[in-house]
Write a protein that binds this ligand. Structure first.
Ligand code: PEP
Ligand code: MN
Length: 367
């Protein structure tokens, strides 16, 4: 396998002295006019070095726009000729790779839906053996670090030395303001295990909404990511795919100007460590909220049970036992007794309130 120290640093193959490297362009190439107009507006923006455009779009339903296919490769050649930007496309199978290479595309990326499938990755790795082209590997849709690492390893085994990982968030079953959960702890762990692989953040696919792009981008920079891939369309409202998350080139300019690029923390990984700890706290808080919600579900059951058996809500003896028991357990963990007492008082009061509502609900129905 290619040793990690044979991986080439990002600036060596993008020619970008500018940090972070910006890869920008529409989710999908839609027409020659859209591609060229967008590229012209992007060229010259701070740190924008690579123009991205999806030609073969992995869509959930077959009736959606599935990309213009190889026709778009000619448009990308024109982008390169007229703007000097490097070009990047998503490839999902050996035919895409062959066509992209034939048309002089500068970089390939492998999409989140493809990375979930080791067969596809192996097919791609096999056709890329001995080819000198940068490959960007997105994280798989599901939060499986091994799968992501496996995809990177397959590329490295094929001799790809210009390689980067793109963090685009993970499918998450639950409520979130974002389209995909960032789960920052996964890319952080990837960085720990494969420190030579440059990390690029794709805030567009994490957020699903352009209003979140700046915050996510800043967070990525604070975590020492080396690049950002941001979807940009000259007229997002008319975009055939991912309209809500695309930003105009002008919007991108403002976003880039607003980013604070801090000095790297001298290798001490201060920010990274801090973020790791904060991420732990975020996770624990989410667990706490889930636990409280589960507790309330049980309180509801108890309330209904009491109501059906005509038992009063507040049973003083039970509450006295709870307090005593919780304080005892808490003391063993070193938590402050007063803190625990206050906390359980709040939790208990909320339970009483809910049970009272359940009783009233019943009275209401019977009237
Ligand atoms: C894309 O970059 O347009 C894309 C399809 O992304 P992902 O594979 O991350 O969903
Ligand atoms: Mn997209």
């Amino acid at each position: 396998m290619t040793a990690h120290d044979e991986i080439l640093p990002l600036n060596e193959w993008t020619g970008a002295g500018c940090r972070p490297l910006i890869i920008a362009g529409p989710c999908s190439a839609e027409s020659e006019e859209q591609v060229i107009t967008t590229a012209r507006l992007l060229a010259g923006l701070k740190c924008v070095r690579v123009f991205r455009a999806g030609l073969w779009k992995p869509r959930t339903r077959p009736s959606s726009f599935e990309g213009v296919g190889k026709e778009g490769l000619i448009w990308l050649q024109r982008v390169k000729r007229e703007t000097g930007l490097l070009t990047a496309v998503e490839v999902a199978n050996p035919v895409h790779v062959a066509q992209a290479l034939e048309h002089g595309v500068d970089m390939l990326w492998i999409g989140a839906r493809t990375v979930v499938n080791p067969f596809s990755l192996q097919e791609l790795a096999s056709v890329l053996r001995g080819v000198d082209i940068p490959v960007l590997v997105k994280n798989p849709v599901n939060p499986d670090l091994s799968l992501w690492m496996g995809a990177l390893e397959r590329m490295m085994l094929s001799g790809i030395r210009k390689i980067a990982a793109i963090h685009r968030g993970f499918y998450f079953f639950g409520k979130s303001p974002y389209r995909n959960a960032p789960m920052w702890e996964l890319p952080i762990e990837l960085k720990r295990l494969m420190p030579q692989i440059p990390l690029i953040c794709d805030p567009s696919h994490i957020s699903g909404g352009r209003q979140y792009l700046a915050d996510i981008s800043q967070k990525a920079l604070d975590l020492e990511y080396e690049g950002l891939m941001i979807e940009s369309h000259h007229d997002p409202a008319s975009a055939l795919t991912d309209a809500a998350q695309q930003i105009t080139p002008e919007g991108l300019k403002a976003l880039l100007n607003g980013l604070v690029v801090r000095q790297k923390s001298g290798g001490s990984g201060f920010e990274t460590k801090l973020e790791e700890l904060r991420t732990e706290i975020d996770k624990i808080d989410a667990e706490l909220i889930n636990l409280l919600a589960r507790r309330m579900d049980i309180v509801t059951e108890i309330g209904e049970y009491k109501r059906n058996h005509n038992v009063t809500i507040l049973q003083i003896k039970r509450w006295g036992n709870i307090v005593r028991d919780r304080l005892k357990t808490g003391m063993d963990t070193g938590l402050d007794t007063e803190y625990l007492r206050k906390l359980f008082e709040i939790v208990h009061n909320e339970s009483i309130k809910l049970q009272a509502e359940i009783m009233n609900r019943n009275t209401g129905e019977e009237k």
